[in-house]
Design a protein. Sequence first.
Length: 488
Amino acid sequence: MSPPLIVASNRGPLTFERAPRGGKLLARRGSGGLVTALSSALIEAEGMWVAAAMSEGDREKVAASTSGRIDHVEGDARYHLRYLDIPPDLFDGFYNRISNGVLWFAHHYLWDTVTSPSFGPDVEESWDAYVDVNQRFAKALAEEGEKLGGDTAFLVQDYHLSLVPRMLRDLVPDALIAHFSHTSIAGPTYFRMLPARIHDQVMRGLLGADVLGFHAPAWAENFLLSARQLPGARVDLARSRIVTEGREVTVRIHPISVDGRAMREVAATPRVRSLRHALNRWRDNNRLILRVDRLELTKNVVRGFQAYELFLRRNPSWLGRVRFLALLSPSRMELPEYREYTEACLGEARRVNDALGREGWSPIELRLKDDYIGAIAAYGLYAVLFVNPVIDGMNLVAMEGPLLNRRRGVLVLSRKAGAYGRLGRYALPVNPFDVDEMADALEQAMAMPVDERTRRSRGLSRLVLANPPARWVGGQLEDLERAKRRRP
Ligand code: G6P
């Protein structure tokens, strides 16, 4: 029997949306590894998921509920949700300004430090909103935990909720708390760019947990190095442990993966099949280079197009015989940097098309749309999957593609993605800043003999299938179990 379980994340597993013309409120399930892994664990444990109401439909659901508690049944699955309705101004400070505008930037080294960041009083104000929302989460978790009983395991997710472990510990001193970071983690020098108050509160907030989880060793190490600078914290780097305020905090690595079986089922549906046929007709006789990304500053789309242009210029025999399909879903458009980056990506694609395109053939097709099903269809067809983020906590595209590809496609993968540690030996590695090397990798991938492609693509799908999402949750629950046994 699993222990009672409560998950907390900013974005919940279900988004509610009104059907057209004032129809019913329909639930749409998120598609990432996190939702998949945690949903099945929660359904099994009859646990609860606490999240922020993000859509209009979510808010309508909360308004019609008691204290935001929503029960939703889908087939055999029963979800117990509690959605927090946070006033829009407060949510803006918490989500757009601090979570995405400051913490995300810091952890992904996104500032151009000659001119940014420049922290002024507005950041202090937004920080208060971040603290307030974290406090609301902690309070809701404490309430739900009390209902479920003493040994409830709390699984807190990501940089939006970095203060929750400490706040929850203050409310429920013996709570069993794990926090998991899905991002990369900046090294101590860069992370110290944050205002001291924010830096220290984030570190102390996280250290309220019993266990801190990361996707890759490099992120865990960076966290430990930052912790070493905190007064009163004793860090054992070799054993990945921190002792602070008389408590022990363990740092663990649990790489998340995708649900191979479920994805293959989706890929076999008539809808995906017909999309795949349509794409194949569009592709015509061209080989396909594919990228699938959130339109995100870390994904390195512009340098990716430059590398492709260089590849074409060096290998003109490929002109008219290859197409680069970039499926990019708009993201975080509230932030000006994301709007500017979208324009930069569109501009670069236009430039390459103008420079190298010919009658009836253009080298790049950029589709700007949230289209998960379209991506599943495209995965079946690529000759090369191009995943070149400047930095990435994990990167699930690098796993989804090889699972669903039917053409022994080659994965070109950035050494800076967390996924590289697991998949690197079957991929062609690239330095995401080195356009020249990326162009070479594209050339090598396009020219790779079929037996070599077969060996690599089989290796990749084997590795992905060997690490089902349930293992990711299971590992964290075992860590908490061990933490409990260690207590006096
Ligand atoms: C990516 C990151 C996660 C993060 C999520 C939030 O998937 O890897 O760490 O939680 O984005 O995205 P959102 O659309 O909710 O801002």
